[in-house]
Design a protein around this ligand. Sequence first.
Ligand code: ADP
Ligand code: MG
Length: 292
Amino acid sequence: MTGTWHDVGRPEDVPAVQDTDTVAAISRSPAIHTEELTRCFGDLVAVDAVSIDVHAGEIFGLLGPNGAGKSTMIKMLTTLLPPTAGSAQVAGFDIVRDPTSVRRRIGYVPQALSADGALSGYENLLVSSRLYGLTRSEREERIREALELVGLADVADQLVREYSGGMIRRLEIAQAMLHRPAVLFMDEPTVGLDPVARRVVWGHVRHLRDLWGTTILITTHYMDEADDLADRVAVMHQGHVAAVGTPAELKVAVGGEATLDDVFVHFTGASIETGGSYRDVLRTRRTARRLS
Ligand code: ADP
Ligand code: MG
């Protein structure tokens, strides 16, 4: 496969024409489109009729506390979990009707660490390159390029169990990018990292997008990093999307000197830290003041 990044991401049924209207139409169609996407576990509605559009080349942050439904959204969009109701298209393909086409165009960094600690960074990338069906001649160059991109070229031959958490996350990003997916899903890639390592990871995410035009959907419960680094965010709470917009738009909507934390409280009536009700949080704070 010698195509460009965009060729890889283009649906096969779209003709490779130079007609500018057609090209414009393709680039206008969203990279991710969901309509009332829903997933239940027994009585629990983990994702409740979520309709969102993520534009091509966008870094889109899905924000919410533990249990909001972020991972369930990502598992449906990566075809790992069938929806209970609703529909979604990723890179132009339906997740239920055409999961194979979706899988060929996406990368996925799961919430749980997925790199193999008993292998070196290079060996982990070699495993991924085989998994994604890269030819022998492509592998060497793609792996070298990926290692450079995430700043791990110097430690490529070290065992991953000797890596820091931030280095492992960077390796996993490299693994997920080897086949140059049109859409990259990252589930809490910065959880558990210190603030410096979190910034480095986000720096690589942006770099990938700028380099290749990759669409990136990233979940986090760190409001500050989403504020700085996501183009747009969706505020998710108990399976619902309560608000969507650029961080700046959402803060203006709330008014004053609002932070994204305030935005979250405003649209959900809950605290991002716990997902509990705002009243609970106020009560806790009052208690804490009384005790101090
Ligand atoms: P988040 O990633 O935002 O923390 P999840 O999508 O993991 O949230 O979970 C959303 C809700 O669905 C939670 O209440 C969680 O307990 C529940 N849930 C997730 N996966 C399963 C499952 N496989 N079986 C039953 N309940 C689940
Ligand atoms: Mg999760």
